[in-house]
Design a protein around this ligand. Structure first.
Ligand SMILES: [Zn+2]
Length: 388
């Protein structure tokens, strides 16, 4: 664990530059956020008429997207875990049906970031503190194999490498080479990897230090050369100390400004649900302004359910930075979860889309940011304008 001296040193070194002091307006915003109301029920599943092929750049006549009649849920899911921590996963062909039914045409298959000790029968890390949950190649290899074997004509899957241990990055380049041999050209993303995930501290998770972050350089070079994004889970802090871990992410961004980095959940978590949204948004704006290759992923229903229900501060942020935001569900495909659960999580993480302006809607909900990040041969349709 990082000790108190580390944090004092980080503060003394001025590394908390991202932290903004809440002003008088922030006090008002706090009231808006206090006591998050029960979310509205999940609406029924609409009919999705747009196929994967319709998004191809080669489509000669893309139909404009009518926001009044077509669904607002994201066509891309940039944060999806097809296998659980332990136990059985949903069958691949069943998962493809989920995507089809939910109108998701693009998805990033992430390993879970860590696998539970094979000697244990535990299937969810929070149920078994003390059982180690460590980064592993297991999930990734199964994902790679399944993607190859099972046909999926109506969904474009991007495979992500999740093996990297950010506190012990030695050997990461060699493991990437192993993936190159076993799955040539198939893995185009890395993550979700953990910079700080407080929920995992009871299961042997060790966060990187500044020094170990510096030692990511060899594998970060490979990612940069290949244009591979890295999604990191990096908690900002917790309710007692909302900006406690900001220096870690700050150090990552400062050290690797040329890498495409995706900050999962905008740094929020179950441990941080009472932070003032104005302060949160100020930290995000500062990071986006300083690091042009940074993107934010707005996945995880916790943000909506426990934090802020995508209030006006978020709408303003996303409209101001339309090209920097990725939709995602953070669904974990444990074997007992029905389609309705995926729909619920996708819908709730997409609710913000309804209130975005047309430009942000096209970039975020219609997948343009996802296509550009991965350099895909797909393009988002234009949004229909009134009278056209
Ligand atoms: Zn995740």
């Amino acid at each position: 664990m990082i000790d108190a001296r580390f944090w004092r040193a980080a503060f003394a070194a001025g590394l908390l530059v991202l932290t903004a002091a809440p002003g008088p307006a922030a006090a008002q915003a706090g009231a808006a956020q206090a006591g998050v109301a029960k979310p509205d029920p999940t609406p029924p599943v609409p009919t999705f008429t747009r196929s994967l092929a319709s998004f191809a750049k080669s489509n000669p006549a893309p139909k404009c997207f009518d926001r009044r009649t077509e669904p607002y849920t994201g066509v891309s899911d940039a944060h999806f875990h097809p296998r659980p921590f332990g136990g059985q996963a949903i069958e691949p062909t069943t998962l493809f049906q989920y995507f089809d039914k939910a109108g998701v045409r693009f998805v990033t298959y992430m390993g879970i970031g860590q696998s539970l000790d094979m000697k244990s029968d535990c299937t969810y890390y929070l149920n078994c503190p003390g059982v180690k949950a460590l980064p592993s190649i297991k999930n990734d290899f199964v994902n790679g194999q399944e993607m190859k074997v099972y046909p999926h004509d109506n969904v474009h899957i991007t495979l992500s490498m999740t093996f990297v241990d950010l506190a012990h990055p030695e050997g990461a380049v060699e493991t990437i080479k192993l993936y190159d041999r076993e799955f040539p050209g198939m893995f185009a993303w890395m993550g979700e990897a953990n910079v700080m995930k407080q929920a995992l501290l009871g299961n042997g998770f060790e966060p990187p230090t500044f020094e170990s972050i510096d030692r990511w350089a060899p594998f970060m070079k490979v990612l940069e050369q290949r244009g591979i994004p890295l999604t990191v889970h990096a908690d900002l802090g917790n309710d007692a100390e909302p900006t406690k871990f900001v220096p870690l992410m700050q150090h990552v961004l400062k050290t690797y400004p040329n890498n495409k980095i995706v900050w999962a959940h905008m740094g929020l978590s179950k441990e941080l649900t009472k932070m003032n949204p104005k302060l949160h948004v100020a930290i995000m704006r500062k990071a986006l302004d300083t690091y042009p290759n940074l993107m934010l992923d707005i996945s995880w229903d916790v943000i909506y359910n426990a934090y802020y229900q995508y209030g006006q501060d978020f709408i303003d942020l996303f409209n101001a930075y339309p090209t920097r935001i990725l939709n995602g569900s953070d669904f974990v495909a444990a074997g007992d979860k029905p389609f309705e659960q995926y729909w619920k999580e996708l819908e709730i993480t997409s609710r913000v889309n309804r209130r975005l302006n047309d430009e942000a809607f096209r970039q975020i909900a219609l997948g343009e940011n996802y296509f550009r990040l991965l350099n895909l041969d797909y393009v988002a349709p234009p949004v229909c304008q009134a009278g056209r």
